[in-house]
Design a protein around this ligand. Sequence first.
Ligand SMILES: [Zn+2]
Length: 155
Amino acid sequence: MPSARQIILARNSSRILGWALTLIGLTPIIIVLLNAWTSGVSLLDLSALYDYLWANPFYIGFGIGFELIYLIIAGTVGIILGVFLLARKRGQVEEVTIISDDLSVTVECTVCKNRWKEDFSKTQLQSMGFPQNRTISRRQCVNCGKFTRPKIVSM
Ligand SMILES: [Zn+2]
């Protein structure tokens, strides 16, 4: 199971990659649409815009050129991948955090020995001084009604 540090690093790098892909995808689309607009093509006239995209090649150098429509398609693919990455990784991280963080612990009332289960996160247990300190914070026992500091008996 990955550690918390690994999870944060994975989340950050996938978020950066997701945003980068989205921005890289958006840039050519904005440039092409701006060029179309300055060439006098109305962005609301979709068939004129479509014709413009097919009729005008884009040169990347060495005499290699391709129609602007491919820039739009590549940009759209980049945006879809970026958004997909941003949405997907976030879901995975939440799943891992829930599995690794919550522990079901059996605690025992020091007065009547009544036992029940409570959920604690690892960080909560560490801040209480577990495993050296096995008593949890003061609370009322549902069985005998006394206020005690229940003891952790198993987990
Ligand atoms: Zn009790």
